[in-house]
Design a protein around this ligand. Structure first.
Ligand code: BYC
Length: 469
């Protein structure tokens, strides 16, 4: 079904055929717009060159045009339904996918949807001031694209809450607009979404590492036996790819400029040259990677075992796995701290599914490191970037409460406190990065602390007026 844009809420779920649901969502809409006005991007502008979803098929699913941000058409889009879809894992493997929520899984499914939904507006809140210091109109446009699509992902979760979870779902949908990132009284649910994104280096690292957690979590929810959730996440993943592109190429460009200056001036001290020194890039990477690892929950978790067995949340690329998709009685190796050492222990595979997902994620993160090191090498720079050890700077899971160096050594609290300024951004590092954050709003011009992008958006030239004021 194509998307009907003549409706107040564009959708491909035949909203007009369910008046009650339509009215409920139409009454949530002003609250959303109010939230967007108060917590969304602060930089006033006339319009932005944005992509908007217009269909959900494989080809030509979006079109590009100039849109005033508050007029963006946030809508409800689910991937097409496969009427033959069957559950791919767990105790219901082989049964038809569910079109309604089974009573016994109501609260768990609702919880998963609320946790997912909570991250979407949180990221918009975290990024709301970045427009004031955008390094170019191209980057500013990408920021706004990410923001409107995170807003749409909130709509996606709110639709599920309204359509399938009755009164409790409507209350949760309302609460999604009431919690706020970093709020002392009612913070966002997951740790990383209460951290600040005060500068563009943080934004690029966030879109590389934290949006990538989003990709993997959505990938597991796409496997869900609850078909509307699966179809919703499938379409969200399409939009998500651009967010990670922003992160990958954003870090590329910072590394490129730093490496070029290191080579041209034969020095590591590029701060005075208006760039971000390699060790500072590494510290930002260490921070964003470690808080993103926390988003996978505990290495072993009875929650995740239950989610899997009952069919609520699968594994990354479940159907490509060559095993029984039930995992009862199977074991896997998980790291653990025991007697002052990091050792591998065997745990039930079912309980260790957060760990399994995290492993897939880590391998994916490594591809960025390889890419950035290639950029460094192409300038003859011998320094390298690296992912820190999985136990570094962790607040959730088995490493929480331990002090692990980026190299993977367990150290005392005193050593940690002494060495930490070499591993995580210091106030001085943050102040330097902040000092580079000066807005560049002239078409085609780019701030000096990062290289220009290789291509424009949707075939437009780099000096296109991506945002008009
Ligand atoms: N901070 O059994 P455990 C995205 C809680 S990002 C605070 O080990 P479980 C995006 C946990 O909720 C993807 N609390 O974990 C990216 C549980 O509490 P309850 C977001 C945490 O349940 C960029 C307790 O600790 N989507 O889309 O197996 C921009 C014990 O936890 C944290 C999802 O996360 C934390 N970091 O797994 C925009 C998918 N970690 O229930 C968007 C939905 C754990 O005992 N969520 N806790 O009160 C889930 O699948 C799971 O809830 C989690 C945790 C993976 C988060």
């Amino acid at each position: 079904m194509s998307i009907d844009y003549s409706e107040r809420i564009p959708n491909n779920v035949d909203l007009a055929g369910d008046r009650r649901l339509q009215r409920a969502l139409e009454s949530w809409q002003p609250a959303f717009l109010n939230w967007w006005g108060e917590m969304g991007p602060v930089l006033p502008n006339r319009d932005v060159y944005l992509r908007t979803a217009v269909a959900v098929g494989r080809e030509g699913w979006a079109n590009f045009g100039r849109v005033a941000l508050p007029d963006y058409r946030w809508g409800i889009f689910l991937a097409e339904r496969n009427p033959d879809r069957r559950i791919a894992f767990g105790q219901h493997r082989g049964e038809p996918a569910w079109q309604q929520v089974p009573g016994e899984h109501r609260s768990s499914l609702q919880r998963l949807i609320v946790v997912q939904g909570d991250t979407e507006p949180a990221s918009v809140e975290q990024q709301r001031r970045l427009g004031l210091t955008a390094p170019s109109l191209y980057d500013l446009r990408n920021l706004f694209q990410v923001n409107v699509e995170e807003g749409r992902h909130l709509w996606a979760m709110v639709y599920l809450l309204h359509a399938y979870f009755g009164r409790a779902g409507r209350d949760e949908a309302e609460a999604l607009l009431l919690r706020n990132s970093g709020s002392a009284d009612s913070p966002r649910i997951l740790g990383a979404f209460n951290e600040e994104t005060p500068d563009w280096m943080s934004f690029f690292m966030f879109t590389y590492f934290t949006d990538r957690d989003g990709k993997y979590q959505l990938g597991t929810l796409k496997e869900s036996a609850f078909d509307p959730l699966s179809r919703t996440c499938e379409f969200m993943l399409k939009e998500e790819a651009h967010h990670m592109f922003v992160g990958t190429t954003g870090v590329d460009r910072v590394v490129e400029r730093t490496a070029a200056l290191m080579a041209a001036h034969d020095t590591d001290e590029v701060a005075a040259l208006g760039a971000i020194p390699l060790p500072v890039i590494q510290k930002y990477l260490n921070f964003h990677y470690s808080v993103s690892l926390d988003l996978f929950g505990g290495e072993t978790s009875s929650n995740v075992a239950n989610y899997f067995t009952s069919g609520l949340k699968g594994r990354w690329q479940e159907e490509r796995r060559a095993d029984d998709h039930v995992l009862a009685g199977q074991v896997t190796a998980v790291e653990q701290v025991a007697d002052g050492q990091i050792v591998a222990v065997e745990r039930p595979a079912l309980a260790a599914l957060n760990h399994d997902l995290r492993d897939q994620y880590i391998a994916d993160c490594q591809t960025g490191i390889t890419r950035w090191n290639r950029i460094l090498a192409s300038h003859g720079v011998t320094g390298q970037l690296a992912l820190p050890h999985v136990g570094f700077n962790r607040k959730v899971g088995m490493f929480a409460g331990h002090h692990v160096t980026p190299g993977g050594q367990l150290v005392s609290a005193a050593t940690w406190a002494r060495e930490q300024p070499g591993w995580l951004p210091t106030p001085a590092d943050k102040a330097h990065v902040q000092s580079l954050m000066r807005p560049v709003y002239e078409p085609g011009k780019i701030a000096a602390w990062l290289a220009p992008p290789r291509n424009g958006i949707n075939g437009q030239p780099l000096d296109y007026e991506y945002v008009r004021f």
